[in-house]
Design a protein around this ligand. Sequence first.
Ligand code: WAQ
Ligand code: MG
Length: 256
Amino acid sequence: MEEETYYSVRMRASRNAPHEQGGKHISGGERLITYSGIQEAVNGLLHKGFSHSRGTPDFMQIQLESVNEPIKTIRPLPITVHQTDTAEKGQAIARTLLQKAGIPPRMIEKAYQSIAEYGEARGAVLFDIRTGKRIDGRRERGVRVSRVDWPAHDFQKWAFEHNMPENSRIKEAHAIAAKVCAHPGIIAEVCWSDDPDYITGYVAAKKLGYQRITKMKNDGDECGCRIFFSDGITDTQSCIHFLEKQPVFIQREGNI
Ligand code: WAQ
Ligand code: MG
């Protein structure tokens, strides 16, 4: 049987200047699709960047690469929902969940002390819970989880079964969380959006699944955050390589 070629499509958009010249990060996005899906993916990413609540970009880059490595299949994480009516309660639940995932409270505190700085990254921050230090070395770039996608038919079935809206934000968040938690050296993730109109966030962990928290910040707040908590990673570069380069499909059932 002839193997189909897959393509990684990535988008980043900023305002006032490109990111590397200090522009404000507006939006990013990544897809993994076949040739026949490229047009829809590029259109979707173009729309994502240009209809953004953080502003209209004046710089956008859309990049396409063929992917030659075999694609790994990963199950979506089980989901639990916490209804919260204030950002404070949502953040308190997030901290409790991070502790349940195995992160010592003083390390959670340490990470939270740097939230303002970590929120500046247009990707995620890799935080080592043994040293209490950020270890990705990527500064304002951070680490973007890429080459991950959730084929539409499978995601739609999952959304229906879980009574979740069928939107790409939910799809992306679950796909990222599943890929991140599949790395043996990462024990948990915490995330809330930097989009001023989106207040729901989550904690994800191998042990806990995807713990959705309906309010983690106030409406209008443009400070978001994404932290991956690592425990005992000996080779940081190989972890970053997995997050950025390992091709992954999320699939809820069937052969893996
Ligand atoms: N890889 C690493 N970091 C990323 C990625 C990625 N692919 N995409 C976004 N980030 C980082 C980046 O720093 C963003 O500024 C920050 O996360 C927030 O990204 O209802 O929408 O896309 O269950 O704004 C979670 C809840 C929504 C979904 C998260 O984040 C739900 C969200 P956003
Ligand atoms: Mg955002």
